[in-house]
Design a protein. Structure first.
Length: 246
């Protein structure tokens, strides 16, 4: 699902590109690629089934990096069915678009999984209903053709009425079958609607996103602590060597 989200097309400053391309650009990954072809691209609308081994490998690398460093998913409250999805990156457009694309992919996958069996049942019943309806229309037309072929049939020759009677039997049989199919189809549609989970996006990321930066005071404090830590290590090492080699 993460890889599908990366292949989503977005509009970045008037240019259509995939989130994978945006991820490559703001991370300057092409400059770091040594053993890979720098001309590899993930173009909008490209079929992932036709990707090269290099493209598949890169998508896997992006996926692992995002899961490890950029993406966090958690429940807001254990008692509530509210899930928070957070994406932190150096590019706010990527954070916004990737979050929305990932939520859509997950929602679609969940709904499809929960309703797959019912959906297939509705699809089969719909196909059968359409087929019987076409057969019924053909049978009704056949009755009309048979009657028109012998508009003034001789009552003493019953054989002339056989074609229209056969067609009439087909009409009645198809009507009965169609009635049952339509009833079952409507029941299946109602069942499908009941089984379809309701997933609602409560809050969406709105630009500009909040930036997480270390303040000057925090930077000075942390910098001082780190510097003091390294100085202490250097002094300890120096003291250790003086004892070994007085």
């Amino acid at each position: 699902m993460v890889q599908k989200a990366l292949l989503t097309d977005v509009n970045v400053k008037g240019k259509r590109q995939t989130l994978a391309e945006l991820y490559i650009d703001f991370n300057d990954l092409r400059d770091d690629w040594k053993n890979k072809d720098k001309t590899v691209h993930f173009l909008p609308g490209a079929d992932s089934e036709e990707f090269t081994q290099t493209q598949d490998s890169l998508l896997g690398t992006f996926h692992r990096a995002i899961i490890k460093s950029n993406l966090s998913v958690a429940k807001v409250d254990k008692k509530l069915s509210i899930i928070s999805v957070n994406v932190n990156s150096e590019n706010e457009l990527f954070s916004k678009y990737f979050t929305e694309a990932l939520v859509k992919e997950v929602s679609d996958f969940y709904v499809e999984t929960k309703t797959k069996k019912s959906y297939q049942n509705v699809k089969i019943l719909q196909h059968q209903t359409d087929s019987v309806r076409r057969a019924l229309n053909a049978a009704i037309s056949g009755v009309a053709y048979s009657v028109d072929a012998n508009p003034n049939a001789n009552p003493s020759r019953q054989i002339l009425r056989v074609p229209s009677q056969k067609r009439q039997v087909d009409v009645q049989a198809n009507q009965a079958i169609l009635t049952e199919l339509v009833k079952n189809l409507e029941i299946s549609k109602v069942s499908l609607r009941k089984e379809t989970p309701l997933i609602q996006v409560i809050d969406r990321p709105i630009l500009p996103l909040e930036s997480e930066r270390v303040g000057k005071v925090k930077g000075i404090v942390f910098g001082g602590l780190i510097a003091g830590f390294f100085i202490a290590i250097i002094l300890l090492i120096s003291k250790f060597f003086r004892r070994l080699f007085p």
